[in-house]
Design a protein. Structure first.
Length: 319
């Protein structure tokens, strides 16, 4: 099944996912002030399962019946939720959010090459590569000043990069095996799978499990669980199933732009020139990548020559 062209509903889902995911790093940092990384992820997943499960019950959406659907759900649960989220939550203890945003922004590159190997309907073209480079350069432009001040990350700086690879491969698996799975059930099944992994890990790690006491911790859990683990997941899997994993993962370029724009609009931070220039590069790269290639002008069909009358050499019969 070839990817659909990007319509208004796809752009709307793309925008919502970008806005939610772009603010996630801020709420992760907020939750880690009180909670262990595994514990914060556990509460997020638990809330996400509750919201998605209630919604699935109300809408009466069914689980997949084919084995391929369950392969997709388990692959996404492990590779898109459990492992990368554990790595990102752990790395945020020592790795600056700026570095994390840049490394996670490599996800579209991993997705493009992985999808080319495993999917028939994904291709690599010079236009796509140049568009990705333009968008990624915009991310670096946005965060250039902050990158020069980051120190002391150590080996943990590799964790967001591994997470980006996990995001890419699991989204390709969701596209290849999850064609018949409803996006809501994909999100619910993946979140349950991740919870089954993270839950025992929390209780087996000494001192990891606690009940949050601070209101800000519950705010972070609520945003990450309801929006990040609920709304965002459903829309993201809808994009994977309709327009393909590579287009869906292009929102990774938007995360830093959303983060910095939020600082300007909400926190009153100064609007720096690199925000405008980097934002234009990111949005321009996404537009060039996602827009369909210009169709060649249709050549008019050759006009058939009109048959010429055959000259008669004799008189007609009967005269």
């Amino acid at each position: 099944m070839r990817p659909e062209p990007m319509g208004w509903k796809h752009w709307g889902a793309f925008l919502v996912v970008s806005l939610i995911a772009g603010t996630a790093f801020m709420f992760i940092k907020l939750g880690l002030r009180e909670l262990h990384p595994f514990n914060l992820l556990f509460w997020r997943l638990l809330l996400g399962v509750s919201v998605l499960g209630a919604l699935a019950a109300v809408l009466r959406v069914r689980w997949p019946r084919r084995l391929e659907g369950w392969v997709a759900i388990i692959s996404v649960g492990l590779g898109n939720v459990a492992l990368p989220q554990l790595l990102i939550f752990w790395s945020q203890q020592t790795v600056d959010t700026t570095i994390t945003a840049v490394l996670v922004a490599t996800t579209p590159f991993h997705t493009l090459f992985t999808a080319r190997l495993l999917l028939r309907d994904e291709t690599i073209t010079p236009r796509k590569l140049l568009a990705m480079l333009l968008a990624f350069s915009g991310v670096v432009m946005l965060l250039w000043q902050a990158l020069g001040t980051v120190t002391g990350a150590g080996w943990a700086v590799l964790l967001p990069l591994v997470s980006a690879f996990c995001f890419a491969t699991s989204s390709v698996a969701a596209r290849r095996f999850g064609g018949g799975v409803h996006p809501l059930m994909m999100a619910l099944g993946a979140t349950i799978t991740a919870l089954l992994v993270v839950g025992p890990l929390v209780f087996l790690t000494p001192g990891a499990f606690t009940v949050p006491q601070q209101p800000l911790s519950w705010l972070a859990i609520s945003v990450l669980g309801v929006l990040g683990g609920g709304v965002s997941y459903v829309l993201f899997f809808f994009l994977i199933g309709s327009v393909g994993p590579t287009r869906a993962q292009m929102n990774a370029f938007v995360f830093p732009l959303v983060t910095m724009a939020t600082g300007v609009v909400v926190l009153g931070e100064k609007l720096e020139p690199q925000l405008l220039l980097g934002g234009a590069m990111i949005l321009g790269g996404i537009w060039v990548f996602i827009r369909p290639p210009a169709a060649r002008a249709a050549q008019p069909a050759p006009v058939a020559a009109m048959p010429q009358p055959v000259p008669q050499t004799g008189a007609p019969s009967g005269e």
